[in-house]
Design a protein around this ligand. Structure first.
Ligand code: NAP
Length: 313
């Protein structure tokens, strides 16, 4: 008998096809009657496959008392109640490492587009304004500027290495200094923002980092400073950021992540000093495929009694 795996959300097509071939997959996201579905699978469900913001809370874990594993697609596990999983002896896995390059590329493209205003320059040409109004206004260079990494983990380090190739200076803040990195450490986010022209947020989400970037950090970044967030919307105090952008109290922001995705506050759309992406950090065929394979590998390893390749809890 194949182990029963409950799918909280639709997975990547290829991953889902393999998962459904190898396991007894049950689609919670298609259930017309969620309660009836959960009652039916409760005695047999041994794993959950979660995806993006469709994580797992304690209430769902309580409905599935035979659960052994939550296999998440994505590195950020803020949508999963880790304490609840720990307390119930449920293992949690994620998909780290395989997405670092793509997310770091996304961060650098936000930095480039924000400082050099390439999206606006392209619109300018398409609107016929080059011929009518002359050259596009001058912008801000990357070389020689300081990038502050708030969160120098796997992705933060991949961003820093790329920024060095653009001849930017690097500084960082983690809760603890990181061994083996050549860049100066700042003891708190405000000090880092004070020293940065571009502050890039690359911490995990969740309660520990909620609203870490608020008025104090943005004041320290100042009217010439730029903010880039590829982490989670929750790490930034979004209403405060909006106000600071509207009042030009910081120079601009490049954002891949928001509160309440995908329903982004429309006030952002009116801002000329913001570059906005619809959470596409890891969204390439290659990377999403690798993430799906790692999610699957964790499920396979668990049911084969092998060590989990990427265990969080
Ligand atoms: P990671 O390797 O665990 O790195 C996280 C870094 O953040 C660590 O260096 C950690 O250092 C630091 N950190 C944690 N809590 C902190 C705090 N309170 N204050 C300051 N620094 C803190 O994780 P990763 O693989 O680089 O991924 C980072 C995050 O990126 C994910 O959790 C996810 O939310 C986000 N992400 C976004 C996308 C996207 O599509 N935009 C894609 C993938 C991931 P210390 O432990 O020493 O503090």
């Amino acid at each position: 008998m194949k182990p029963v795996v409950v799918l909280v959300a639709r997975l990547l097509e290829k991953t889902q096809a393999l998962l459904e071939a190898e396991f007894d997959a049950r689609r919670l996201y298609e259930a017309a009657d969620r309660e009836a579905f959960l009652r039916e699978v409760a005695p047999v469900a041994r794993a959950l496959a979660t995806f993006g913001a469709a994580g797992a809370d304690a209430a769902l874990m309580d409905r599935l008392p035979r659960l052994e594993l939550i296999a998440h697609f994505g590195v950020g596990v803020d949508a999963i109640d880790l304490d609840a999983a720990r307390a119930r002896g449920i293992a949690v896995t994620n998909t780290p490492g395989v997405l670092d390059d793509c997310v770091a590329d996304t961060a650098l493209s936000l930095v480039l587009n924000l400082l050099r205003r390439f999206p606006q320059a392209e619109r300018y040409l398409r609107e016929g304004r080059w011929a009518r109004q002359g050259a596009f206004p001058l912008t801000t260079a990357l070389a020689g500027k300081t990038m502050g990494l708030l969160g120098l983990g796997r992705i933060g380090e991949a961003i820093a290495r790329r920024a060095e190739a653009f001849r930017m200076r690097i500084r960082y803040h983690n809760r603890r200094p990181k061994a083996g990195v050549p860049w100066p450490y700042d003891p708190d986010p405000v000090a880092l923002a004070q020293h940065s022209d571009v502050l890039v947020v690359a911490t995990p989400g969740g309660p520990e980092t909620a609203r870490l970037v608020g008025a104090a950090v943005l004041d320290a970044l100042g009217p010439e400073g730029f903010l880039v967030n590829i982490a989670r919307g929750s790490v930034v105090d979004e209403p405060v950021l909006l106000r600071y952008l509207q009042e030009r109290r910081i120079a601009g922001a490049g954002l891949d992540v928001f509160d309440n995705e995908p329903n982004v506050d429309p006030a952002f759309f009116a801002l000329e000093n913001a570059v906005l992406y619809p959470h596409v950090g890891s969204a390439s065929e290659e990377t999403r495929t690798a993430m799906g394979m790692l999610q699957l590998e964790n499920l396979r390893a668990h049911f084969a009694g092998r060590a989990l390749p990427s265990r969080v809890v």
